[in-house]
Design a protein around this ligand. Structure first.
Ligand SMILES: Nc1ncnc2c1ncn2[C@@H]1O[C@H](COP(=O)(O)OP(=O)(O)OP(=O)(O)O)[C@@H](O)[C@H]1O
Length: 486
């Protein structure tokens, strides 16, 4: 029986997950705070960890980092409120397998758990080899049917990017891809590989942000047996595994400085030496790197080697965030819906008008990854016909009301404010009716939103703040969603 550790300070949530997962034949261990969970993890190894992002004592990020040190092969899934989605997306960089958003739906979490438990070990190990490919570069069996994995959109910016991809692919140029997290940098790197002469050889994606400082050298270059404490066997590094093909180094600016020196040698001389080894190994590699900060700035600030920057900077591609590819949002949403229909064996036709409006108004700070997850969840909650507004997270429908803190320009170096989005969907009572009833509904709505924000979308805590029970809170939230359909 596979063992799942559930860490959440919301005891009701733990109990519900426990009951549901036990019925699905898992063994469940519940922990209500981070410290206790870490104590347990230091002597036990689960098959998977499911962890609330915001605990009262330690945050999910710290638990993830420690779990990765203790059990690098164990998949870690984050449970998060929508206000934290941007942070959760960042945390994927530290090696989490995926995130699910609250309210948690049993079927959704089960699909994510099942996928995580059969994911190739390499996709959850410190060197995050692309989850789409196995270590030797072979594709995982594709879902049946002819849906293209990637689409490139109709905006002039994306047409231009596709042209750049086609131009640079047949060459051997190094490429730097700039773009926010989830915007599709790995998709571009893999497209370049597929259009190149190297297409039959491996494409290996390595997330430099997810590697521990101490192990980065050995993960990339490999090591000889006994070269450091813990090096019990000889290990082939990811660069050697990619020989003849393309290596994609994501979040390159996070690579430790001394490893950058060894990487420069790979770029200049096309040779590597394993950690603790004394012979050179020749490699034929194309290197594509990605960063969400300008590498030139990182070089000027002394974080990134300037000589390495110049070597990589043979060609660069600037991928705009999804909110700046406004005309493509629905195209991508429909693409993800088609894929999800196929995965779930459903036949959902489209999104309702209100859903489309919300999609166009929402800023998508997690970019395509966030859109994909929202569509997947909505499709799961829809039986047939079209996706209705109720299938979207409350926090997305009301994002304008909730007033999330916008990322600062230093957070997102490529962030340029998007043109004014279409007006968001708001409860009709707010805009149309002046009756006493609607005024009191509005006041109640504002209070609920405030309590939800104060409690980071923990509904049990929000209900306590409002002095109502959780069921009443759920019912009220449902009621507000229904206003959109009046
Ligand atoms: N052109 C595309 N067409 C369809 N799906 C895409 C496209 N680009 C990205 N996606 C999907 O969006 C998600 C995120 O893409 P990807 O991993 O390429 O982003 P990224 O910028 O490399 O993210 P990160 O920097 O966080 O690793 C993936 O699920 C991917 O399949």
């Amino acid at each position: 029986m596979q063992k799942i550790l559930v860490i959440d300070d919301d005891r009701d949530m733990c109990m519900l997950l426990n009951r549901f997962l036990t019925r699905q034949q898992f063994e469940v261990i519940e922990m209500y705070n981070g410290k206790k969970a870490l104590e347990w993890l230091s002597v036990n190894k689960p098959d998977l960890v499911l962890c609330d992002f915001r605990l009262e004592d330690i945050d999910g990020k710290q638990i993830l980092t420690r779990t990765r040190e203790l059990h690098p092969q164990v998949p870690f899934i984050i449970i998060t409120g929508y206000s934290d989605v941007k942070l959760a997306v960042e945390v994927l960089k530290l090696g989490a397998y995926d995130y699910v958003t609250k309210p948690v739906f049993p079927d959704e979490i089960l699909i994510t758990i099942r996928k995580a438990l059969v994911a190739p070990v390499s996709s959850i190990a410190p060197v995050a080899v692309s989850s789409e490919k196995t270590v030797n570069g072979n594709r995982k069996p594709a879902v049946s049917g002819p849906i293209e994995k990637y689409i490139w959109g109709n905006t002039p910016e994306m047409k231009n990017i596709l042209k750049q991809i086609e131009l640079v692919s047949p060459t051997n140029y190094s490429v730097i891809i700039y773009g926010e997290s989830g915007s599709g940098k790995e998709a571009i790197a893999s497209k370049i590989h597929e259009l190149s002469k190297r297409r039959e050889k491996p494409f290996i994606a390595i997330d430099c942000g997810a590697m521990s400082k101490d192990l980065a050298g050995s993960e990339l270059f490999g090591h000889e047996k006994g070269s450091f404490t813990g090096a019990l066997n000889q290990k082939t590094g990811s660069l050697e595994l990619a020989d003849g093909g393309t290596v994609f180094l994501d979040e390159i600016a996070n690579l430790p400085y001394d490893v950058q020196v060894s990487l420069l040698r790979v770029v200049q001389e096309r040779k590597i030496r394993r950690v603790g080894g004394n012979k050179d190994i020749e490699l034929d590699l194309r290197i594509i790197v990605a960063s969400n900060e300008k590498l030139w700035d990182a070089a000027r600030n002394g974080k990134f080697r300037e000589d390495l920057y110049h070597r990589f900077n043979e060609f660069s591609i600037n991928l705009p965030p999804l909110r700046e590819r406004h005309e493509d949002i629905l195209l991508y949403a429909r693409h993800f819906l088609a894929i999800t229909n196929q995965e779930l064996g459903k036949d959902i036709r489209d999104f309702s008008r209100e859903v489309q409006q919300v999609f166009l108004a929402y800023p998508w700070y997690g970019n395509l990854r966030e859109l994909r997850n929202v569509v997947k969840r909505a499709a799961l909650l829809t039986d047939a016909g079209q996706v209705e507004i109720q299938a979207l997270p409350f926090e997305i429908i009301y994002h304008d009301k909730l007033n999330y803190e916008k990322p600062s320009t230093s957070d997102l170096p490529n962030y340029v404010p998007a043109p004014e989005p279409a007006p968001p969907v708001t409860p009709k009572s707010v805009v149309n009716e002046q009756s006493l009833k609607s005024a009191s509904i509005d006041a109640e709505y504002e209070m609920i939103v405030k309590a939800l924000r104060q409690s980071n979308f923990n509904k049990t805590k929000a209900a306590k703040l409002l002095n109502i029970d959780r069921k009443t809170l759920y019912n009220k939230m449902k009621q507000y969603q229904q206003f959109n359909n009046l």
